[in-house]
Ligand binder design. Structure first.
Ligand code: BEZ
Ligand code: FE
Length: 304
């Protein structure tokens, strides 16, 4: 076994046993030698090397491996078009955020990316600028507005902004099990790159806990709570697609988000407005309080 293939010796394991294990790993790695696609070959060999290193590091028992298989089987059984337990697993293990970090390197003042999560849906309804994306979802109204520009400050007209969020009960529309579409929409920036809409003031919520990932979090003593946030996906021709959220300054969960999604630059001031405070578009909210937040979005060039 070449040194870069072998994870090293494990204390308490005889040299003969180490050699047997290393020899098996070598044979498995060699089985990928004829892979036509070089990238595929690299990925498979690396995945196998790290998987074997993990097994040998913890000296996994056969009973524990069966438990692992049962766990992954349960994750698969729960996954369908509306429930993505594998995404949840990736999110809670920090794998999603690590992939975001690898693929969305910092670029000048471009807005930082964060995890997409399992609740983005294609084909959201379109709203006009200043429209209400809540479609009746429960929550305090929140006026969200800002601009979309490139890093040189150039306004980006016609940028597509997808937004989605949980209601104040902590649920996305798709979690209700009926066909409602609420608290999600898309809109386009105007000629000056400006956008605005009414949403809901974000509140904290737990990620779905009724499946194997929830049980895993409970077993290890971790909280399922996500810091309060509002999701964005922004696309404009010639620019890197941005998937991100904004978070609420002052939220006590900012430092212990269950999917490691918080970045300081994405924490925004949601300004609480007393009932009766005039709204930006003249909407009459009666006796309701509301909030407002500004989020200026800066896109990195495509391929950066
Ligand atoms: C979300 O923010 O929608 C989310 C992200 C990761 C896991 C679960 C939910
Ligand atoms: Fe969310």
């Amino acid at each position: 076994m070449s040194p870069e293939n072998d994870p090293g010796t494990t204390s308490g394991v005889s040299p003969e046993q180490q050699a047997r294990e290393a020899e098996l790993l070598d044979r498995v790695l060699a089985s990928f030698d004829a892979t036509p696609d070089a990238r595929m070959k690299q990925i498979m060999r690396s995945a196998v090397r790290h998987l074997h290193a993990f097994l040998r590091d913890v000296r996994l028992s056969e009973q524990e491996w069966k438990q692992g298989i049962d766990f992954l089987t349960a994750v698969g059984h729960l996954t369908d078009e509306r429930r993505q337990e594998f995404v949840l697993l990736s999110d809670t293990l920090g794998v999603s955020m690590q992939t975001v970090a690898i693929n969305n390197g910092a670029y000048a003042e471009a807005t930082e990316a964060t995890v997409v999560g399992p609740f983005f849906m294609q084909d959201s309804p379109e709203v006009e600028l200043g429209g209400d994306i809540s479609f009746g979802a429960a929550g305090e109204p929140c006026w969200v507005g800002g601009t979309v520009t490139g890093v040189d400050g150039t306004a980006l007209p016609g940028a597509r902004i997808e937004v989605w969020q949980a209601d104040d009960q902590g649920f996305y529309d798709v979690q209700y099990g009926d066909d409602r579409v609420a608290a999600r929409a898309h809109l386009f920036t105007d000629e000056q790159g400006r956008y605005a809409f009414w949403g809901i003031t974000p509140t904290p919520y737990p990620i779905p806990q009724d499946g194997p990932v929830g049980r895993m979090l409970e077993t290890v003593g971790r909280s399922p709570m996500r810091a309060s946030h509002l999701h964005f996906m922004v696309t404009a021709a010639g620019f890197r697609r941005l998937v991100t959220h904004i978070f609420v300054r002052g939220d006590e969960l900012l430092g212990r988000d269950s999917v490691f999604g918080v970045k300081e630059s994405l924490v925004k001031d949601f300004l609480e407005q007393a009932a009766g405070t005039p709204t930006p578009d003249g909407r009459d909210l009666g006796a309701r309080t509301w909030s407002r937040v500004r989020f200026d979005i800066v896109l990195a060039p495509a391929g950066s």
